[in-house]
Design a protein around this ligand. Structure first.
Ligand code: HEM
Ligand code: HEM
Length: 223
């Protein structure tokens, strides 16, 4: 019988269980650590600044790891395996509406696009948080490309020192908050997409993100 396991952590002596390894251990640890760190960052915003920043840095570190892992990780963790163009994503969304979308073992094109959107938005949220946490960091902004500078030029002055202390605020805080709110929207859509795919393909994708394993591909599925 052929060994169906395709992830990076395969032990050749392991018995074949009729499941296919899709998410390698580091992707799974990454995912659930990210959910926890993001939840802490969200819940501590404006409450406990030190914990908020710590959780935000944890998010940034996890995203950094995932970008590297997207090039060197297990088969299904690699960007080259799952990233598709906008055309393929729109076509897949059309298939979902018509009810004929195919099952993918790794990320489907919509899930792949969502993965990139989540990673980029998280990076942007953490970066703007880092920038506004210290005034010296903000001082770097004028040296940044013009695409960033106009946002800053539009400030109303409330980001400047207040009695000697830096008071975070102004347009950067608005950008940080908007990105954090966008993250909530994306996370909700993400969980909705996971639930939809789980129902449509009769498989518990949340459990797959815990165990790493999925049902082997059937005819018509994309492995
Ligand atoms: C508790 C709610 C959540 C559940 C049940 C959940 C579940 C999942 C599942 C099942 C996948 C794999 C999807 C697939 O099979 O294609 C996945 C992927 C992913 N999720 Fe979540 N998720 C949750 C919350 C979040 C949140 C809050 C974030 C961001 C902060 C997030 C970020 C991601 C990312 C980046 C991936 C891509 C994984 C990778 O390729 O490394 N998830 N999630
Ligand atoms: C990616 C994870 C993060 C999320 C989801 C997040 C979310 C938020 C939210 C929702 C707010 C409240 C904005 C408002 O209504 O005033 C906030 C404020 C703030 N965040 Fe973050 N943040 C993250 C990362 C960071 C990081 C890495 C830092 C700094 C190292 C940071 C520093 C701050 C600061 C200084 C404020 C303003 C607090 C105040 O003046 O009330 N954040 N963040």
């Amino acid at each position: 019988m052929t060994d169906l396991r395709a992830g990076s952590a395969h032990d050749a002596n392991e018995p074949i269980t009729g499941r296919v390894r899709v998410w390698d251990p580091l992707v799974r640890i990454f995912h659930w650590s990210l959910v926890v760190a993001f939840a802490i960052a969200w819940l501590t915003a404006e409450e406990t600044q030190a914990l908020h920043e710590l959780a935000g840095y944890a998010v940034a570190g996890l995203v950094g790891f995932r970008v590297i892992w997207g090039f060197v990780g297990g088969h299904y963790a690699r960007f080259a395996q799952f990233v598709k163009g906008p055309g393929a994503t729109l076509a897949y969304l059309g298939d979902i509406v018509r009810g004929g979308e195919r099952r993918y073992l790794g990320h489907n094109p919509a899930g792949a696009m969502m993965t990139l959107a989540l990673l980029a938005t998280l990076a942007g949220t953490a970066f703007t948080g880092w920038l506004m946490a210290e005034p010296e960091r903000v001082a770097m902004l004028p040296d940044m490309p013009r695409i960033v500078a106009p946002t800053w030029a539009d400030d109303d002055g409330d980001e400047y020192r207040n009695g000697g202390d830096f008071e975070a605020g102004g347009p950067l805080k608005d950008v940080h908050e908007t990105l954090a709110n966008l993250m909530l929207l994306l996370a909700a859509l993400h969980v909705g997409g996971v639930a939809l795919a789980s129902v449509r393909h009769h498989e518990n994708l949340v459990r797959a993100m815990v165990t790493g394993d999925k049902r082997p591909p059937e005819p018509g599925d994309i492995a």
